[in-house]
Design a binder for this molecule. Structure first.
Ligand code: TYC
Length: 122
């Protein structure tokens, strides 16, 4: 018995090859890869409310250690007072930890219970 082909064979699919592309510097790159390096995790320094630390002390601390002008520092202090906490600044992990230490040390020296912490930014 003889068999006849009923369909013509499908031609082989050519692999997709990216044409050479130019990068920003003008040199030719053969393939672009997705960026794998993530930006570093940043940390926010959060200051907490308490019933005893004077408002003026908090304003000065925010000015001194977080580089805010008096008006911005006052707004942040009032947010902490009303909401229980607020972000004073966002930094690399080490810098955020150092800010927390500075706040704690200043509060300890002055005899106030002011607390700060750092946490990763979502
Ligand atoms: N709640 C404090 C008061 O009424 C003021 C205060 C504000 C304390 C912010 C801490 O992080 C703080 N004296």
């Amino acid at each position: 018995m003889k068999f006849m082909a009923t369909k013509s064979p499908t031609p082989p699919v050519a692999p997709k090859v990216q044409p050479p592309q130019r990068d920003d510097g003008g040199s030719v790159v053969l393939e672009r890869r997705t960026q794998k390096v993530q930006p570093p995790q940043m940390y926010q320094v959060v200051m907490l409310n308490d019933d005893y630390t004077p408002m003026e002390f908090v304003v000065v601390v925010i000015q001194e250690f977080f580089g805010k002008d008096r008006e911005t520092a006052t707004q942040i202090m009032l947010k902490i007072h009303l909401d229980g906490k607020a972000v004073c600044g966002v930094y690399s992990k080490d810098v955020a930890a150092s800010k927390v230490d500075q706040v704690r040390e200043a509060a300890r020296e002055a005899g106030h219970p002011l607390q700060a912490l750092s946490e990763p930014v979502e």
